[in-house]
Design a binder for this molecule. Structure first.
Ligand code: ADP
Ligand code: MG
Length: 256
């Protein structure tokens, strides 16, 4: 990426929640992240978009200790991530992640999915964990489904459970990797509504999504990635309505 590209000069407004500096990652000979640098401010809502295979999932997985990288640094609230247990613990206390395919435990009820981390990892008493989980399930509108199993729920309901389960751990940052792309169209809105509400609470969020309506509504900035690179980053009205780069235009023409 050239130094004069918009990505290189774009600065985040306030205290950094995440600082990514010169990140490079290879899978064997395949260079999947190319010199990625990006600072995400506290309370910022960052939307990441770009074609399939451009490195979006790999990038956000590098932020929460799910992937190793060969070059560069990632700092979260000033802590530089290392490959050690201490970092892993810090990340688990700081970040929540929601995946495309929900990743719920199928043999546990909705409520148990949400209390497990609280009782096992946080050592909270069962009753307290239940109260926290029920409050969150209420907030996402599915408290009445607490005793069901994930297989008895629609995709949109399962994704709302997954969001509640993450929020139960009181993360400071939430990462979303295409949370609505496995959903039938009529269920997309119920999940996006939860994400919009969350954004309005001041949560720091990094969302890989192609839901451009969501991006326009809540994103502070939109990142466009291609081929492992950040091609463009800026406010949604700039990146979505007036992209500076041909590659961004081609992609947006495709999805809008
Ligand atoms: P995106 O989320 O933008 O679709 P990914 O981050 O999943 O892209 O993938 C980026 C590139 O890395 C793709 O070319 C993909 O095939 C490759 N890749 C992803 N995961 C692995 C893996 N575990 N081993 C080898 N290559 C991978
Ligand atoms: Mg992906």
């Amino acid at each position: 990426m050239s130094q004069s590209s918009p990505a290189a000069v774009s600065a985040a407004p306030s205290r950094p929640a995440i600082r990514i500096d010169g990140l490079n990652k290879w899978y064997g000979a395949h260079h999947v992240l190319r010199d990625v640098s990006l600072t995400i401010a506290e309370k910022e809502i960052m939307v990441v978009c770009g074609p399939s295979g451009s490195g979006k999932s790999t990038l956000i997985r590098c932020l929460n200790h799910l992937e190793e990288y060969q070059e560069g640094n990632v700092s979260v609230f000033g802590h530089e991530l290392q490959r050690d247990k201490q970092t892993e613990k810090f990340i688990h206390q700081t970040m929540g992640m929601v995946f495309q395919n929900f990743n719920l435990f199928p043999h546990l009820t909705v409520l148990e999915n949400c209390t497990l981390g609280l009782t096992w990892l946080r050592k909270k008493p069962e009753a307290e964990a239940r109260d926290i989980a029920m409050t969150l399930l209420e907030r996402v509108g599915i408290a009445q489904l607490a005793s069901r199993f994930p297989g008895q729920l629609s995709g949109g309901q399962q994704q709302r459970v997954a969001i509640s389960r993450s929020l139960a751990m009181e993360p400071k940052i939430m990462l979303f990797d295409e949370p609505t792309s496995a959903l039938d169209p009529e269920m997309v809105k119920e999940v996006l509504d939860v994400m919009v509400n969350l954004a309005q609470t001041g949560m720091t969020m990094v969302c890989v999504t192609h839901e451009m309506q969501f991006a326009r509504q809540v994103a502070d900035r939109v990142v466009f990635m291609e081929d492992g690179e950040i091609v463009e980053v800026g406010p949604p009205e700039q990146v979505l309505l007036n992209p500076q780069w041909d590659r961004t235009k081609v992609f947006l023409d495709h999805i809008l």
